[in-house]
Design a protein around this ligand. Structure first.
Ligand SMILES: C=C(O[C@@H]1C=C(C(=O)O)C=C[C@H]1O)C(=O)O
Length: 187
């Protein structure tokens, strides 16, 4: 029997398979492998990236292994809100090792309010790994930061997805938390 600290109960795992997501438009948004920026842009008149922070910080414990970060080491953490016609619809949290900002991920360093997707999907050398999904509840710091930053009234768990992008073998972890306002963009 694994010790409690290592045992992941269902609510603590990110799931690769999609049956966990009810058949709906939400499933299309969660599992689409194209640019989320492009999908939002196509469904609103004014798209905006509101940068909340882009600085060295500690990634969350469940992120370290995915980007090969030693325990207690810092990474570049970028958090933004993607807004459609002035309304936040996605909270995004991206993590990359600082040393890769001088190399493979140099374009991230000076990104500013340009969407990360504009970099990722314009470069054929960038490879996206598998998407993993999770329903985040109020105990998760990503849920807490998404709700606090967006000012959107919470109504339970928030669907999130994450994947590792690689350029020259260097990982960049992107997590996207879908806010309750997203359905305004559904067809
Ligand atoms: C990865 C993409 O870029 C989006 C923009 C981000 C940013 O500007 O930090 C982060 C994650 C994405 O929601 C995308 O468009 O699919």
């Amino acid at each position: 029997m694994m010790p409690r600290t290592l045992r992941h109960s269902r609510h603590e795992r990110w799931l690769a398979n999609t049956p966990c997501v009810p058949r709906s438009e939400m499933r299309t948004w969660l599992t689409g492998r194209g640019s989320l920026t492009a999908r939002i842009r196509a469904r609103c008149d004014a798209f905006e990236v509101r940068v909340l922070q882009q600085r060295l910080g500690l990634p969350l414990p469940d992120e370290r292994r995915l980007i090969g970060l030693r325990w207690h080491a810092s990474a570049l953490v970028r958090e933004v809100l993607l807004c459609a016609d002035g309304v936040p619809v996605v909270f995004a949290h991206s993590v990359v090792l600082p040393q890769h900002l001088r190399g493979a991920w140099h374009l991230v360093a000076g990104l500013g309010t340009r969407p990360l997707g504009a970099v990722l999907f314009a470069d054929r050398s960038v490879q996206r790994g598998q998407l993993h999904l999770k329903a985040l509840d109020a105990r998760d710091p990503r849920w807490q930061r998404a709700i606090a930053a967006s000012g959107v009234a919470p109504n339970g768990a928030l669907w999130a997805r994450r994947s590792v992008f690689k350029r020259a073998g260097r990982p960049l972890l992107v997590t996207e938390v879908f806010l309750p306002t997203l359905p305004r963009l559904f067809k």
